[in-house]
Design a protein around this ligand. Structure first.
Ligand code: SF4
Length: 258
């Protein structure tokens, strides 16, 4: 099945399972993917197969394109629930991410003040102080945490930057009161090894770590779109709900998405 790339710097609005009517802000090039992870399930494809030739959009380009879109939407009487940083890779890897977040908040306030500014991030750049400051300005920061098992992260999320799970969890603690955790569960194999993170050896430490983070919500989901690796398997609703139940038993608010 074909994977997808998104237009840049603005796409949509799309109807998001999590966020409602959401305008996407893609800070990555439109013709490829740039990410500090290389998840085997990534809907944008594997990094090596999606090397971009164009540049990231500049801060000025993001602001002007977004303003043009928001202005047209308002003139047509459209509604908007969210402005979401997402797209062809990791948004916080943009060198001007903090300044762009400030611009987006100002445009949101001017055109659709009720819309929330959201971020889907793999949390790899939280150690950068400018990124951490930017994430503090996001209304709904959704941070990826597929497991706390370092070997699984190396094999499945495949960071191509320094990544220490203890450090990431420490930074996530700093987002108490607004943090949303997002976790993808799946089964199947990759290069002959299991990628099943539904086993107790993965789920139980994840439940413990997520509970300690005290997020305002946890989104758990499974494969919903095409993946670049055909040997991955999605979970059933019942399997997702069984995992959610373990976390709910700790008093955490969990939403499942198939
Ligand atoms: S973090 Fe997201 S964009 Fe990056 S490789 Fe993983 S799924 Fe794809």
């Amino acid at each position: 099945m074909a994977t997808v790339l998104y237009p840049s710097p603005v796409f949509g609005p799309v109807h998001s399972r999590r966020l409602g009517r959401s305008l996407g802000i893609n800070l990555l090039p439109p013709d490829g993917k740039l990410c500090s992870f290389d998840c085997v399930y990534c809907e944008c494809g594997l990094n090596a197969e999606r090397v971009p030739h164009e540049k990231m959009p500049s801060r000025a380009c993001v602001a002007s394109e977004l303003e043009r879109t928001l202005s047209a939407m308002r003139d047509k009487g459209e509604t908007l629930d969210a402005l979401t940083f997402a797209g062809n890779g990791e948004p916080t890897g943009h060198p001007d991410f903090l300044a762009i977040v400030r611009d987006v908040r100002a445009l949101r306030d001017a055109y659709f003040p009720q819309a929330r500014v959201c971020l889907l991030t793999n949390a790899t750049h939280l150690d950068r102080d400018d990124v951490f400051e930017a994430v503090q300005l996001i209304d709904r920061p959704c941070l990826k945490l597929d497991t706390v098992d370092a070997d699984y992260i190396r094999r499945v999320d495949r960071p191509n930057c320094p990544y220490r799970i203890d450090r990431v969890l420490e930074r996530m603690q700093g987002l108490k009161g607004r943090l949303i955790v997002q976790t993808l569960f799946m089964k199947g194999t990759f290069e002959g090894r299991s990628v099943d993170n539904t086993l107790a050896e993965y789920v139980d430490p994840w439940v413990k770590a997520v509970t300690a983070l005290a997020p305002i919500g946890v989104d758990i989901y499974t494969l919903a779109r095409a993946t670049p690796v055909p040997t991955l398997e999605k979970l059933s609703r019942e399997e997702l709900e069984a995992i959610a139940g373990k976390l709910r038993a700790q008093g955490v608010d969990v939403h499942c998405y198939e």
